[in-house]
Design a binder for this molecule. Structure first.
Ligand SMILES: [Zn+2]
Length: 216
């Protein structure tokens, strides 16, 4: 079984996918899995009701994680407001005891500091990791997880995967036009292990953060 921890497409059969939604939470179905959150690119003008709406769906049994949530210094959204809304989502994840999936662009120090201030007590996954070895180490040393997607095509990211402990990462397709099988092959190749051992390891990692019910 190949787990796709973060995708924007509807899950295909035979895979365990966590579909990400930043709106249309009413479309959540039993029997599928989701992460839901307010993405810094997509704040409504009336963000207060957007948060209320998120809160009202977040405890749904099909929602496994909160996010993607975080900070993005490239987008035009007011940075103050991004920090307020991110903090509220850290709090929500803590209250519901659901892992938090992070979107971070050029705001690493601020994300780390808000996670610390918010006393995050759930697993934290930095998705779509595409940065340096040293940053990867910094994330893992703080007890957080990484998730890799199409960036695994790059030699530098293959090196990052080799560097970090195998129990600290996940794989994902995100919004890329790529199959999860391909991402697993890239990672297995980078690690020089067979596909089966890799998929078993990722299943273990998923049990660590979501519990066993996710895999049943
Ligand atoms: Zn995404």
């Amino acid at each position: 079984m190949l787990i796709d921890i973060h995708t924007h497409s509807i899950s295909a059969t035979g895979k365990k996918s966590i579909q990400n939604l930043y709106k249309d939470f009413q479309s959540i179905e039993i029997g599928r899995f989701y992460s839901i959150g307010i993405h810094p690119w997509y704040f409504d003008e009336d963000f207060e009701s957007q948060i209320e709406n998120l809160i009202s769906y977040a405890n749904h049994v099909s929602v496994l994680a909160i996010g993607e949530a975080g900070l993005d210094k490239i987008c035009k959204t007011d940075f103050e407001l991004q920090q307020i809304i991110f903090s509220k989502q850290i709090q929500l994840a803590n209250e519901l005891r659901k892992p938090l999936i992070i979107h971070c662009v050029k705001a690493w120090a601020e994300v780390f500091s808000l996670l610390e201030k918010g006393k995050v007590n759930v697993p934290v996954i930095f998705h779509g990791f595409n940065k340096s070895k040293s940053l990867a180490h910094e994330i893992v040393e703080q007890g957080y997880y990484l998730s890799f997607g199409k960036a695994l095509k790059k030699e530098s990211i293959k090196e990052v995967v080799r560097e970090i402990a195998i129990n600290r990462f996940f794989l994902e397709t995100d919004d890329a036009d790529v199959k999860i099988e391909e991402i697993y092959k890239l990672a297995a190749n980078a690690l020089s292990i067979d596909l089966n051992s890799l998929s078993l390891q990722i299943q273990k990692n998923a049990i660590d953060i979501f519990g066993t019910s996710f895999l049943i």
